[in-house]
Design a protein around this ligand. Structure first.
Ligand code: NAD
Length: 326
């Protein structure tokens, strides 16, 4: 079995590469990544000496390069993590989000049609559903929730999801889509909330919190996301969408306070900054379908996962220090 993992030098993609090499030691894993600011080849260092692993630097929008890789490697499965993923950057400059997240997805699926695969899996996000009100804790995103996006990022991901379903219906491409809640864990780029707060707190720098910090996200340890995708590509039903989340809703401000506590830093480091434009209030996933159909359940409790994550950042300064803005 040969699997192409796009975006495998990024946060979740690299964790997925490590998971797959460990869980399926007879599979060949080909990582295809453009190495944007968010991709880091040093992350994949532990995999480089594995004879079942190959790294190829390429842009998923580059049809010729993508076709050459498919021609040479003849993948059975493609898992597409490659994306521009930071909401704030999409507000500044939507263009590259449309290019990579939508066009890149089409280029990959065209190669899948041309060379033949058994599964194309699109890694999507709960952000395609928009947000939920804070005063309705009874509401959750199911796979039937209409797409209703807020940012250029989530719109580009929703556009890609629609295209994936269109390729399934029009060309019979064997696809699946997963929509996951916010991930945290090792190798998370230090512009995102949890690693930003950990790395700033360690340097006694201000901890910038948007608005009042009351926005709610549903946090999942990255390894649990990787295990869910592994299940979907092997046992999931073609043409289906699976939501992934662990019913772990937390307000941003409570996460930041918890990080201060764990690192023994004063809450006076917290500074409230002007809210993000169009900031979604609450995300909350209903993971009933993936649980009932595939038996998936998250294994890492937030209290343990956040401790593991903080420990990883404490022990891996060499990885994140060069990535910090000066
Ligand atoms: P990331 O930004 O850490 O990594 C993205 C990777 O894609 C990088 O290695 C980058 O170099 C690569 N890439 C970007 N443009 C490319 C291109 N044109 N061609 C080839 N490679 C390219 O992102 P992440 O947080 O690991 O997210 C991975 C996927 O999971 C994304 O599709 C994202 O939408 C989705 N997702 C993320 C989260 C989360 O909490 N981080 C939650 C749900 C879904």
């Amino acid at each position: 079995m040969t699997i192409i993992v796009t975006g495998g030098a990024g946060f979740i993609g690299s964790n997925f590469v490590f998971h797959m090499l460990k869980a399926h030691s007879d599979y060949r894993i080909i990582c295809l990544d453009k190495l944007t600011y968010a991709g880091n080849l040093s992350t994949l260092e532990p995999a480089m000496s594995n004879p079942n692993f190959l790294f190829v630097k390429a842009d998923i929008c580059d049809r010729k390069a993508v076709n050459e890789i498919f021609e040479a490697e003849k993948p059975d499965i493609v898992v597409n993590f490659a994306a521009e993923s930071h909401v704030d950057r999409s507000i500044e400059n939507p263009d590259v989000f449309l290019e990579t997240n939508i066009k890149g997805t089409a280029v990959l699926m065209d190669a899948c049609r041309k060379y033949g695969i058994t599964r194309y899996h699109q890694v999507s996000t709960d952000e395609v559903y928009g947000d939920l009100p804070l005063d309705r804790p009874d509401l959750f995103f199911t796979e039937e929730t209409p797409l209703h996006t807020s940012s250029p990022y989530s719109s580009s991901k929703a556009g890609a999801d629609l295209l994936v379903m269109a390729y399934h219906r029009t060309y019979g491409l064997p696809v699946t889509i997963s929509r996951c809640s916010n991930n945290y864990g090792p190798y998370h780029f230090p512009e995102k909330l949890i690693p930003l707060m950990i790395t700033n707190a360690l340097a006694d720098k201000p901890l910038p919190v948007y608005g009042e910090g009351i926005n709610v996200r549903d946090w999942l340890y990255v390894e649990d996301h990787c295990k869910a995708i592994d299940l979907i590509i092997h046992k999931g039903t073609v043409g289906e969408v699976y939501n992934i989340g662990g019913h772990n809703e937390m307000r941003n401000i409570d996460i930041v306070k918890l990080i201060c506590k764990e690192l023994n830093k004063p809450e006076s480091l917290i500074t409230y900054v002007t809210d993000r434009k169009g900031h979604d209030m609450r995300y909350a996933i209903d993971p009933t379908k993936i649980h009932n159909e595939l038996g998936w359940l998250p294994e890492t409790k937030f209290a343990d996962g956040i401790k593991k994550t903080i420990k990883w950042y404490l022990e891996n300064e060499k990885w994140w220090k060069p990535l910090l803005k000066n």
